[in-house]
Write a protein that binds this ligand. Structure first.
Ligand code: SF4
Length: 178
């Protein structure tokens, strides 16, 4: 029995229902609205204003994801997903219960998120297969990098990180079909 709160509100900037650039494989990308990091050179400045974008319910987004059988995974991007952790946790529960993999971007580092000592943040981290962490740093920008914009950012294999008890970077083909 799938137990999640469909009625929580997500402030959304937009979605890409069939993306091949926001993570491995064929994915649904949800770009949330609102970010305080103000990274110079950010490519998505329209996502910064917490009053911008539009409201959707968790249930509406989930229904939009699962009506497409080609989708194998979901990516939370933004904006800053970890500013809307309560609603995204509910969406993550439904996504994982449906057998889809889950990737999330954050301008916070993994360690900064752990240091919040916030239960919803911890639970969302537990549900991720991949976390891309850290602010965008223009001087470290590199167009050759997969799934990240600057050298300081990390693509973290969260399953191996949980198993090993230390940060393990994602290598393609790590067992989960992405
Ligand atoms: S965290 Fe992402 S969305 Fe926010 S300012 Fe930095 S690059 Fe832009």
């Amino acid at each position: 029995m799938l137990n999640y709160n469909r009625n929580k509100i997500i402030r959304m900037s937009g979605v890409e229902p069939e993306s091949i650039v926001d993570g491995p494989g064929f994915r649904y990308a949800a770009f949330v609205q609102g970010c305080n990091h103000a990274c110079p050179g950010c490519h998505n400045p329209q996502t910064h204003d917490f009053n911008g974008g539009y409201d959707v319910t968790v249930g509406e987004v989930f229904d939009d994801i699962v009506q497409n059988p080609r989708i194998k995974g979901v990516t939370f991007s933004g904006g800053e997903p970890f500013e809307q952790v309560d609603a995204l946790l509910e969406l993550a529960k439904a996504i994982k219960a449906n057998g889809l993999n889950l990737m999330c971007y954050s301008g916070y580092t993994y360690e900064e998120l752990q240091d919040r000592h916030d239960m919803a943040t911890d639970r969302l981290l537990e549900m991720l297969d991949i976390l891309v962490d850290g602010r965008f740093v223009e001087s470290l920008k590199n167009l050759e990098l997969a799934y990240r914009g600057s050298e300081n950012q990390r693509v973290i294999d969260m399953n191996k990180t949980r198993t090993d008890g230390k940060v393990v970077l994602y290598q393609s083909g790590f067992g989960v079909e992405l």
